[in-house]
Design a protein. Structure first.
Ligand code: CP
Length: 320
């Protein structure tokens, strides 16, 4: 029948956490995104005509929310939802529960994307939702699509992630870290090298996960060593006022960012073969003077994020 696309059996049921994802799940999303990157808009719009994305953003976002909305439109669908909880019954007198809000909007939409202040919000949502749930970053727990995006871009630059040494600059307690660790274990990366901010400590569960997953890790104490020793580098904002461990937050209150933590133009230019991504919003750790360098992939990641999130939605919707 003309205009009808048959759904294929769905292997991936959720993106509330990457803890349960296997290598094949990552490859399915990334390979689909690789294909979609080459397709014209008219073809992409036939992937999920009429599909509805429900957005539940209990916390601010620029990149994640708006790229998800763009992704829904790009595959022929549309988005509904809220970005200001105070306009909903969850944010007024009724304080409607997360579970009921998810069940209500899950009856309107085909897939949900949730950003929330609480660590377990996405997994609680997935437990009651009638449709697949994607975490857009919840509490300090995980930020799955940031990891999917960063590693997709780095994979395309390196050719493969198996055996790669990935550098990671930022607070290890940040929600992006757990998703990254789960993914690097699944794809058999060789090592994760951290450049933590001054005062940061490592949450026990992250250390335990790396140990149990066989992911080697260590720390360095300046950006130059990270660039020298890693095959590729992922940077998260050094100033994350909502999420930092108190010791790190205090440091930023009292001092300017030490030059040892700055990925400036001179440093990136010295290591042109080391691709660098940044989750955004950027701060003093990645000055704008780096943007024109061939290994600075910040805005390329932003552009690709629509396709990556569209590919994830298509996978969860079981589209061919
Ligand atoms: N990287 C990221 O999560 O950005 P937003 O907070 O703007 O969504």
């Amino acid at each position: 029948m003309v205009g009808v696309i048959e759904a294929k059996p769905v292997a991936l049921r959720q993106a509330a956490t990457l803890r349960t994802w296997r290598r094949d799940d990552f490859e399915a999303v990334w390979n689909r995104a690789d294909r979609m990157l080459k397709q014209p808009r008219a073809v992409l719009e036939q992937i999920a005509p009429g599909a509805l994305l429900g957005t539940l953003f209990y916390q601010n976002s620029t990149r994640t929310r708006i790229s998800f909305e763009a992704a829904a439109h790009r595959i022929g669908g549309a988005s509904i939802g809220f970005s200001d909880v105070s306009t909903t019954r969850a944010g007024d007198f009724y304080q409607e529960s997360l579970e009921d809000t998810v069940r209500v909007i899950g009856e309107y939409a085909d897939v949900l994307v949730l950003r929330h202040t609480e660590d377990d919000a996405a997994e609680r949502a997935a437990a009651v939702s009638p449709v697949p749930v994607i975490s857009a970053g919840c509490g300090d727990r995980e930020h799955p699509t940031q990891t999917l995006l960063d590693l997709w871009v780095l994979r395309s630059k390196l050719g493969k992630l198996d055996g790669a040494v990935i550098g990671y600059a930022g607070d290890p307690a940040c929600r992006a870290t757990r998703s990254l660790v789960h993914a690097l274990i699944a794809v058999n990366a060789a090592e994760l090298v951290f450049l933590p901010p001054p005062g940061a400590s490592f949450p026990d569960d992250i250390v335990r996960t790396m140990g149990e997953g066989g992911l080697a890790w260590r720390t360095v104490d300046d950006a130059a060593r990270l660039m020298e020793e890693a095959d590729a580098v992922s940077v998260i904002p050094f100033e994350l006022s909502d999420f930092h461990q108190p010791a790190v937050r205090d440091h930023f209150r009292s001092e300017r960012l030490d030059s040892r933590y700055v990925f400036d133009r001179e440093l990136l230019a010295r290591w042109p073969g080391v691709p660098v991504v940044h989750a955004g919003p950027r701060g003093p750790e990645l000055p704008p003077g780096t943007d024109s360098l061939p290994n600075a992939h910040y805005f390329e990641s932003v552009r690709r994020s629509v396709i990556l999130r569209a590919a994830l939605m298509a996978e969860l919707l079981g589209r061919p």
